[in-house]
Design a protein around this ligand. Structure first.
Ligand SMILES: [Zn+2]
Length: 475
């Protein structure tokens, strides 16, 4: 008898929680109730800190979470083992929420306010553990709202690996996985809460490999041909080229292999290049000239050269119709307060960044709405934004003033500050998805703006060409 009563109570509560997600207010309350669970999931991914295309456990954890919430999972999509799509519902509209979960090499860090390695190979210096988790939370909350309101349509979570240099989404776009999507949503961890028109630099990256002949560097140098000479000659020419490209272009390189010992003429050397600009046509031109410099360097040094495309991403195509809706939702959600402990942590982080104290008001408030942005980095969301109307935002998951890809970002991402910021994003994405499912006119307007901005004669050409996913680019 007691058992039946308990079962009835359980049944009633689950029905209650379901029916309690009819309104936006109830949806937000439900997300608050689940914030601890999502905090634990993000913490687990932060601990794992798996790099691009190696996110086996992180991807599996998000898949499990979505599957338990009633989503069907298709894994290993686009030839990438850690990429997946989780889907609920049927028919249109189809709303996609993207989630990332890759970490950055060399940035292992404990969740403390001083630089201290956690002993790992990588760290979540771009907050992608929060990105993947909050997007998962938003997909599930949207699904619960759809069920409670008997709404028609499809909600999808796109598990998109290797954002950091691996161009994971480009392969997913190239495979046509976004072709039937109506609207795509994303967000990014950051040092402030903002929903402004995004901007990103188009990017092409490649590894240039030079091959020469080894010889004793003192006894028989005339018999050697230095592969490192090839790399250095190439770099010299590219550095001269900087004066003759648009001044807002970016070219950077690291020598990833330069020989093993000074007394051996190196028979192998490798340099890893990025070329970036706000317009992809400029990037394509600069990259072609970098290849010419590599060919010239090989010719002049008596070496041979081949190169492997690693990444290639479009710039970002903003959609202001959706951006304003997301901004209004972010304003409704609002920022958050720091506890005295969080404040103490934040002030220490601020000091490490050369400031007297952290400006907490940035986390408490929302940045004013802007319809234009200056691009800094690159993102493979760019390719998605040229395939389907796309909108994104940032949330204050880091101590205000913290730059991305820093140990300070890893540290805050492993504390309650990161988790609070993450829930701002989860809530805003959910409310925006609800608006999209509720208002066909909004979808139509977003699509009209998208078509106009992209241009009638647009044809998608992936900047990384036809190569297979660079699954080993972090090895
Ligand atoms: Zn990132």
């Amino acid at each position: 008898m007691q058992k039946i009563t308990i079962m009835l109570i359980v049944l009633c509560t689950s029905v209650l929680t379901l029916s309690a997600q009819k309104t936006k207010k109830e949806v937000l309350k439900s997300l608050d109730q689940k914030s601890e669970t999502y905090g634990e999931i993000s913490q687990e991914i932060w601990n794992l800190a798996e790099m691009g295309y190696q996110e086996v456990k992180s991807s599996a954890l998000l898949q499990k979470t979505l599957e338990e919430a009633g989503f069907t999972i298709e894994t290993g999509v686009a030839g990438i083992p850690t990429a997946f799509i989780a889907e609920y519902g049927s028919g249109s509209p189809i709303v996609a929420i993207m989630g990332e979960y890759d970490a950055l090499p060399g940035l292992s860090q404990e969740a403390v306010a001083e630089k201290k390695s956690a002993g790992g190979a990588a760290g979540h210096a771009c907050g992608h553990h929060l990105f993947g988790t909050a997007s998962t939370a938003a997909a599930i909350a949207t699904k619960d709202w759809m069920v409670a309101n008997n709404k028609q349509g499809t909600i999808r979570f796109y598990g998109t690996p290797a954002e950091e240099g691996g161009s994971g989404k480009v392969y997913m776009v190239r495979a046509g996985l976004f072709d039937d999507v109506d609207i795509a949503l994303h967000w990014h961890p950051g040092a402030q809460n903002a929903s402004n028109a995004g901007a990103a630099l188009a990017n092409k990256s490649a590894k240039f490999r030079f091959h020469g002949f080894s010889a004793h560097a003192a006894a028989a140098p005339e018999q050697g041909r230095s592969a490192l000479d090839g790399v250095e000659a190439m770099n010299m020419m590219v550095n001269m080229m900087r004066e003759h490209v648009p001044s807002d272009a970016r070219i950077h390189y690291v020598i990833t292999s330069g020989g093993k010992a000074p007394n051996v003429v190196p028979d192998f050397a490798e340099v890893y290049y990025y070329a970036r600009h706000a317009k992809r046509d400029v990037v394509i031109d600069i990259f072609d000239r970098i290849v010419k410099a590599a060919e010239g360097a090989a010719l002049g040094t008596g070496t041979t050269m081949d190169y492997e495309m690693i990444g290639g991403t479009h710039e970002l195509l903003p959609n202001l119709t959706l951006q304003k809706v997301m901004f209004d939702n972010l304003t409704e959600v609002g920022g958050f307060d720091y506890t005295p402990e969080e404040r103490e942590f934040a002030d220490k982080i601020a000091k490490s960044l050369g400031k007297d104290q952290a400006d907490i008001s940035v986390a408490q408030n929302i940045q004013p709405y802007k319809t234009e942005a200056k691009p800094g980095g690159s993102t493979d969301v760019g390719d998605v934004s040229f395939t389907v109307p796309t909108v994104g935002m940032s949330a204050a998951t880091w101590v205000p003033g913290t730059p991305a890809h820093s140990w300070q970002a890893v540290a805050a991402g492993g504390t309650s500050i990161g988790k609070k910021g993450m829930m701002v994003a989860a809530k805003t994405l959910t409310l925006t998805a609800i608006d999209i499912f509720s208002d066909k006119k909004l979808v139509d307007a977003a699509k009209a703006e998208f078509q106009e901005k992209r241009g009638a004669d647009f044809k998608y050409i992936p900047l990384l060409g036809d190569r297979e996913p660079a699954l080993d680019y972090r090895k």
